[in-house]
Design a protein around this ligand. Sequence first.
Ligand SMILES: Nc1ncnc2c1ncn2[C@@H]1O[C@H](COP(=O)(O)OP(=O)(O)OP(=O)(O)O)[C@@H](O)[C@H]1O
Length: 321
Amino acid sequence: MTAPAVLLDDVVKTFSSAGGDVMAVDHLTLQIQPGEVVAFLGPNGAGKTTTIDVLLGLAEPDSGTVAVHGMKPRAAIARGSVSAVMQTGGLLKDYTVGETVELVASLHPSSRPVGEVLERAGIADVRSRLVGRCSGGQQQRLRFAMALLSDPDLLVLDEPTTGMDVEGRRDFWAAIRADAVHGRTTLFATHYLEEADAYADRIVLVRRGRVVADGTPAEIKALSSGRLVRATLPSADGTALARIPGVESVEIRGDVVSVRANDSDAVARYLLTSTVARDVEVTSRNLEDAFVALTGSASDAALTSDTERVVADRPTEGVLA
Ligand SMILES: Nc1ncnc2c1ncn2[C@@H]1O[C@H](COP(=O)(O)OP(=O)(O)OP(=O)(O)O)[C@@H](O)[C@H]1O
């Protein structure tokens, strides 16, 4: 039987700080099979980076088992079967893009041709530009190019598209998806829900160092099934709204009432026939809602794309881990 690409079994990692111990990774178990593209999603401080550090052998877990293709992380890295793109660091400003990739290529016992990886990462046109003159998105593509040199079986990416423009992101994900077809496994940490939704085969949602949900984007979204009904209603009667069958939560902010419900028609009917509500809006829930419901926090995307979020008042069940 082939070993999983990633095996994390009951991993614990604690940090000591002046304010007390922080359990960054709390008995986390996760298996990823070869060829899967997995999004690691969670709010700030959920433990994504620490888990990735442990997976890459950059941090030693307090307890638990970590294996990459059946090997210890460092052994897998030494063989060139794992590459990582981290959020920051690792670039020399006074080298050109081409020189940087050539230098790293020279350190690999066998490597893909430099021209090919530059092309693949979408930076062949800036090959002779100094790294210090490259934009944040170009630098991120450069890190990606370097990660591709060893033609790794597993790519681990921490916030890979930070700083990339829309076109850069699209190209980047096209390259990842194309390689997944040929069996490359990708694990990426992200805050961008739409990227996880659009490009991952599977989403692992973490909160406080634990996996709180694990499934396909559709399964994760289904955890937050039902609808959201919003209306303008001065002096809304929250108790009456909560009594409507199928209502999960009611939130009143000023004149705006937001109701999460399985039977949105019943809520809309009540609002339109028994109250003076206006601007009644019914929307399906999306990954954003699942994220909020399962992690109890608004994502960065929510903060930029929406003004108010409804927070679940009871835990959702389903593909919950
Ligand atoms: N070296 C460290 N010393 C002390 N605490 C740490 C250290 N590294 C991480 N932590 C703490 O561990 C927890 C998990 O952090 P981590 O960086 O893994 O989360 P994350 O999900 O990657 O967050 P973000 O989305 O903000 O990058 C946080 O509470 C963080 O403050």
